[in-house]
Design a binder for this molecule. Structure first.
Ligand SMILES: O=C(O)CCC(=O)C(=O)O
Ligand SMILES: [Fe+2]
Length: 344
């Protein structure tokens, strides 16, 4: 194996085809990242330049008490503005959250050949997929991230086809988080993201600017930090500014996805977000994506359109929306254009 990648195809083989991922690159201990990971200047993340979001987490246990209305208002307000908020007292035990993060480290620490059996195309089952970056065949600059994606079909499939290192805790995390959000659930996918230490955090990104495709995402992050959301609120002095969503021990992060923006005819905003890399420690995050089934027709809800007097999005088949989403590199919220009615 070449220690320096003097051709793009040898880097592609090492990272993508042989399943070494960016963890394999980080483990080589290079003093600089390969060119393929260097982002254009506009996409780089300057840690010094951004503020941290100081919104307190929302206490979900209060939904069952006298402050119910107040908590509902807080959630609605957050979904209409930043599209990101954190929740505590969510009913998912804190020890379980720790075990989920540990299991992600266990999986990504496996030798490459053990992980490579889950690569797209060779994985024993379509419910499990291990990969790197987002769409490495298409992206100009790769993201500094490996991932493991586990789609839930039923318990037996999960226990048979998800990796041993994480299947039990991932299933438990999914079930207990699902209780919190079951009203809008159709398809559940638990991802595990792994960002190894990077020699050039100032040149690379962990995940580039994007919004999530589903209704909402429940995200567990560790204590390292590096998740940023773009402020979109109209008339806000900080519009366009990137705010860091700080790690809060025991909290889960909730964010609005494109489908909820479409269903609500634009009332709830899907949040553009991205992550930076760090130079000393590896970071894991575990998003739970909640999506409609692929055959479902998605469009603004009838009563909302009636109220608004116009539809801002057309009806699309969920699978077509997904195909469009995965056809290109991350580019902010451009994916929503697929369903947008331009005259609206
Ligand atoms: O790692 C994070 O904090 C966010 C990851 C993310 O945005 C995603 O996987 O869609
Ligand atoms: Fe995301």
């Amino acid at each position: 194996m070449a220690l320096t990648f003097n051709s793009l195809s040898s880097l592609y083989d090492f990272v993508v085809r042989e399943g070494n991922g960016v963890k394999g690159v980080a483990d080589l201990g290079l003093s600089e990242v390969p060119e393929r990971y260097v982002q254009s200047p506009e996409e780089r993340i300057n840690k010094q330049d951004s503020r941290t979001c100081d919104a307190p987490p929302i206490d979900l246990s209060k939904l069952n008490g006298s402050e119910h209305e107040k908590v509902v208002d807080e959630i609605v307000r957050a979904a209409e503005t930043l599209g990101f908020f954190q929740v505590v007292n969510h009913g998912v035990p804190l020890e379980l959250l720790e075990s989920v993060k540990d299991s992600a480290h266990k999986f990504f620490s496996l030798p490459s050949e053990k992980k490579a059996v889950y690569c797209a195309g060779v994985s024993i089952s379509p419910v499990t997929k291990y990969g790197t970056s987002f769409v490495p065949d298409i992206e100009k600059a790769w993201e500094w991230k490996d991932y493991l994606s586990m789609r839930y079909t039923n318990d037996a499939n999960a226990l048979q086809f998800w990796p041993d290192q994480c299947k039990e805790v991932a299933l438990e995390y999914l079930k207990l988080s699902y209780k919190m959000v079951r009203g809008i659930v159709k398809i559940l996918i638990v991802n595990m993201n792994y960002y190894p230490p990077c020699p050039n955090p100032e040149l690379t990104v962990g995940v580039g600017r994007h919004s999530d495709v589903g209704t909402i995402t429940v995200l567990l992050q560790d204590g390292i930090g590096g998740l940023y959301v773009k402020m979109e609120e109209e008339n806000d002095a900080g519009k366009g500014e990137w705010l860091e969503i700080p790690p809060i021990p025991g909290a889960l992060v909730i964010n609005v996805g494109d489908i909820l923006q479409i269903l609500s005819n634009g009332k709830y905003k899907s949040a553009e977000h991205r992550t930076r890399t760090t130079c000393t420690q590896s970071r894991v995050s575990i998003p739970l994506f909640i999506l409609p089934i692929p055959t479902e027709m998605i469009g603004p809800l009838e009563e909302v359109v009636k109220n608004d007097g116009l539809a801002r999005y057309r009806e699309v088949v969920m699978q077509d929306y997904l195909n469009n989403f995965f056809a290109d590199a991350h580019q902010g919220k451009i994916s929503l254009d697929f369903a947008k009615i331009n005259s609206a």
